[in-house]
Ligand binder design. Structure first.
Ligand SMILES: [Zn+2]
Length: 307
């Protein structure tokens, strides 16, 4: 009698735990993704969904840029994982098994981007006016009408996808990447492009950016590391993006790629939770900032000369 009543108590107690837990799981895995999907579809007249294991893209059914965008994103992510996705650098490949897949919205016009953007982001500038990465929902929203040239679609999509990938690398920490790193890498990688006949070039230096940096030499590494949000949101923001991206180009390509490995070590150091320590760059690169200045400047001059 006593044994059976104990069993009943245990059974009742387990039901009290199992049933709500089951309902919660159901909510998390079935209901919320459904609600999220319905929300994304609100911004389209006739939504078309292109989906694969890496991302989900929504576009207007009659928007020819839909397939082009899916193609750009697939190629870009594949090359990004192939180049830097090994365990030695960063576990980018792990990003494929994300809880929430990458979502891209290819909106018809700027009014819909504003509508999607909402009042939450009123104070932020919409990057390049043609697209944005939205960290809270983890989505990239692009304005198809502003991206009629294929090269422009590729540029903006690669830029915003870099922000998204970097954001998802931060685990267990609630911090922002250094601006020079986040905008610099996104701007460097926006130059990714197919090469005639031989695959794809991941990242690169834009001639206009090299020119902008060359206009005011000398430049110091300390100046790049000290770039502020105001520098990037200023009306004439070309110099901040140019400086940051040319510096990333230097770290990844300069002097026979001798800093490339350290750069990814630095990314790993910033990825760790907690505030970004001021001396972190120097400690990872194991040299005082000023010692890189001459090499950085020689790189800028060489890039200018090479063109
Ligand atoms: Zn950006």
């Amino acid at each position: 009698m006593r044994a059976s009543s104990t069993r009943r108590t245990i059974l009742a107690a387990s039901l009290l735990i199992v049933v709500p837990a089951g309902l919660l799981l159901l909510l998390l895995h079935l209901v919320l993704p459904r609600l999220r999907e319905e929300n994304f579809k609100r911004y389209f007249d006739r939504p078309r969904k292109i989906t694969n294991e890496q991302f989900t893209l929504y576009a207007e059914a009659d928007d020819p840029a839909g397939d082009a965008a899916a193609d750009v994103l697939r190629t870009f992510l594949n090359h990004l994982y192939a180049r830097w996705g090994d365990g030695e650098r960063l576990d980018l490949v792990g990003q494929r098994e994300l809880e929430h897949p990458v979502v891209v919205l290819l909106l018809r016009d700027h009014a819909r981007l504003k509508d999607y953007h909402g009042p939450r982001y009123r104070t932020q500038t919409i990057e390049f006016n043609a697209g944005m990465y939205e960290p809270i929902a983890g989505t990239i929203a692009l304005v198809s009408g502003r991206l009629s040239a294929p090269a422009e679609l590729r540029r903006i999509l690669c830029h915003e996808a870099t922000h998204l990938v970097l954001d998802r690398l931060v685990r267990g920490g609630n911090h922002d990447w250094s601006l020079w790193l986040n905008e610099g890498l996104a701007t460097y990688l926006e130059a990714s492009r197919p090469l005639a006949g031989v695959g794809f070039r991941l990242g690169g230096l834009t001639p206009a950016h090299v020119d902008t940096v060359s206009e005011r030499l000398p430049v110091s590494v300390a100046d790049v590391l000290a770039l502020t949000p105001a520098d990037f949101t200023a009306l004439d923001n070309r110099r901040a993006y140019a400086l940051a991206s040319v510096f990333i180009g230097f770290l990844l390509e300069g002097e026979g790629r001798r800093y490339e490995h350290r750069f990814w070590q630095y990314v790993a150091a910033e990825r760790a939770p907690g505030p970004v320590a001021p001396g972190r760059f120097e400690s990872v690169f194991r040299l005082p900032l000023g010692q890189l200045d001459a090499a950085f400047q020689a790189f800028v001059r060489e890039q200018r000369y090479l063109r």
